[in-house]
Each structure stands twice: as structure tokens, then as C-alpha cells.
Design a protein around this ligand. Sequence first.
Ligand code: HEC
Ligand code: HEC
Length: 350
Amino acid sequence: MNIRKIVKSVFGGAVGLFLIIQGIGASDFPLFPPLGPLPPVTIPANNPQTEAKVELGKKLYFDPRLSGNNWISCATCHNPALGFADGLPRMLGGPTSKEGGRHSPTVINTAYNEFQFWDGRAATLEEQALGPIQNPNEMFETLDNVVRKLSGIPDYVRAFKEVFGTGITADGIAKAIAAFERTIVCANSPFDRYMQGDEHAMSESAIRGMALFTGKAECIKCHNGPNFTDNRFHNIGVPADGPLKEDLGRYNVTKNDADKGAFKTPTLRNITDTAPYMHNGFFPTLFEVVQFYNGGGGRSENKSSDIHALQLSGQEVGDLIEFMKALTGELVEIKYNAVPLAFPNLPKGF
Ligand code: HEC
Ligand code: HEC
């Protein structure tokens, strides 16, 4: 083969690969970032990952002593055994386990989020981490108290010295937890393997579902890019449910009328692990979610113009669900030593 032919075949291969990555029906919507395997996580310059920092973050993540009654940890609501969520429609938190207005989202792949929370009110994992500790309906503790409590535990004092060269600080707590969260990444799903050339990794039904996802069903308009989200906010008309009569979503942050009832497009990776679905956990199964879209979404004055009836047949609904099931991949294994959930050994005075 002469050079020209090689160049031509490499180029031809690249075009072919490009078309595969774009997705089968992508010609309908060529402007959306293509689906595909996830890139490596971006690590912020002001919080480099180190093994010791991740270990410290993991310890903090599972430690109920970060809460007001030493009973609730991050893992209570973002439990590794429940897809790093809690399996409930809406979170239960605070000293009386009161039901909140929103569903606990998974922590899996939050390292890829441009915004944190359903309404995007935090930008980074560092910014997010101290919120739940101080929220009266979640862990109801003060940062001063957490710092005081942890400062009485020699293991933590040693770890903070090693990792940050300081005593216990709220900033260090946030950075260590964020570093740990950046390791909770899920990849190598059947979909990823299919995109990397293993034709047998997805079933025929899932392959048809992918074509629908990127074509007739128009899911790609919002669930796009390697993490299946545009990192934007839309009102799709999910009915109100739970203690909140109305949740204005993104509007609470921007005060822009167009954002009323808009919520962040969630990732669909590992979606089989994190039922029930939507910001208020309204739908128990993926079947109900797809039927909701098929019927044109919910009712809302402010509903996105991209949400309309889809005329999907029964088989097509099933194919879309099969495709979403193929997005569940392997998680890094999290090993940790549990600290006692009740009556922990606290230093004197607690
Ligand atoms: C009582 C339950 C509860 C506890 C405890 C809790 N969370 Fe959450 N978490 C939630 C809920 C509910 C939301 C969504 C709230 C919203 O969007 O307004 C959330 C959102 C998040 C998000 C944003 C995810 C996304 O995709 O937007 C991250 C990250 C997160 N929590 C991490 C943590 C960490 C770290 C801790 C411990 C310091 C913690 N959570 C403790 C319930 C909880
Ligand atoms: C206009 C943008 C848009 C389109 C189009 C769209 N989605 Fe969504 N999707 C969202 C938003 C926003 C949410 C969260 C809404 C809420 O909680 O109120 C969501 C939520 C979901 C959820 C629940 C995820 C979770 O973790 O709770 C699933 C599953 C889902 N969409 C699948 C689909 C499928 C399948 C299609 C195509 C039939 C589709 N979406 C089309 C924006 C969109």
C-alpha cells in the first residue's frame, strides 16, 4: 500500500468512526454533542488528587459525625449499595427524618457536571460539599462544630496534617470529599463497549433503542455528550409531588421567568440503579418515564418546545428502555471501614 492509499484509508476509517460516534440517527440532529465513552475526569488546579486526600475524603463521606446527631452521613442519602442515591422518591433528613422536596441524585459521575443540584445552585463539588452538612433538613450541623468534633479525633488530625499541612478546616473537608467524589466514576457499560467496536456488547433491541434515542424520540436534544446531559435546565412538565406544592427549580437561582419549573438534565448513565426518577422522584420505573415522554410530557405553561408527543409504538418504548439499561457500567469498588452509626466514641464534651 502506498502512502496515498494509507492516508486515504485512515481518513476513510476516521470518517466511518465519526459516523458511528455520531450515532445512527444523528443525521436528524447533527448539532448535538455526540454520545460516546467518557473522557478522563478533569481535576481542578486548586485541588489536585492524591491518594491520601481521596482516602480522607472517603472517610469523611461515610462519617455520620459530620451531622448534628452523629447519625447521618453523605452515604445515608448517597449510598453505594443504592447507586449512590437512596432509592426514595424524596430524601429524608434532619433530626426527625422529615421528607424533603427533592429526590437525592446519584453522586456517580458528578465529576462531569457543570452544575451541581437539580437547580444548579452550586458550580463545583467543593462548593456543594459543605451545603448538606449545614442544611437544617439534611445533616443540621454547623461547620464550626464539625471542625471542633473532628479536631478531637487523632486520626483526622493526622490525616489533615498529611494531606493539607494544616489542622482541620472546612475548606479541607470540602476539598477531600470532592476528591473522593471524583473517583466515583462509572464507565465500561455495554454502550461504551459497543461504541469502542464490540458489536455484540448491546442487544438488537438496545441498538434499535439508540437509533430512536438519537432520532425519532429526540432524547439526544437534551441527553447528549458522553455523560448524556447538556448540563442545561428544561421544564418537561413533571407533575408536583411530595411536600412542595410547586418547585420553581432553576428560577430560584436565576429569577428568570423562563426558568420556572426547569431542572437540570440528569445523566442517564447507571440509570437502572437510581430509581425513582425526576427531581421529585415522581416516576417509579423507566417504563413510566418513557411513556411520559411518549405522551408529550406533562402540563406546564413553561414547558420546553422540545417536549411533544412522540408516537412511539410499544416495541419502540421497549427498545428505548433496553438502550438505557445498556448505559449501566462498572463502578470503581469502594472499600471503607465503617465507623459506628450510633453512639460513636466522641471526645469528652460531646
Ligand atoms: C438527607 C439526605 C442527604 C444527605 C445527608 C446528603 N445529600 Fe447530597 N443531595 C441530597 C439531595 C436531596 C440533593 C438534591 C438537592 C437539590 O437539588 O436541591 C443532593 C445533591 C447532591 C449533589 C449534587 C448532584 C447533582 O447531580 O446535582 C452532590 C454532589 C451531593 N448531594 C453530595 C453530597 C455530599 C458530599 C454529602 C455529605 C457531605 C451529601 N450529599 C449529603 C440529599 C442528601
Ligand atoms: C427538553 C430536554 C429533554 C428531552 C428532549 C428529554 N429529556 Fe429526559 N430529562 C430532561 C430533564 C430536564 C430531566 C429532569 C426533569 C425533572 O426532574 O423535572 C430529565 C429526566 C429524565 C430521566 C430521569 C433521570 C433521573 O435520574 O431521574 C430519564 C430516564 C430521561 N429523562 C430519559 C429521557 C428519554 C428516554 C428521552 C427521549 C424520549 C428524554 N429523556 C428526552 C430533559 C430532557
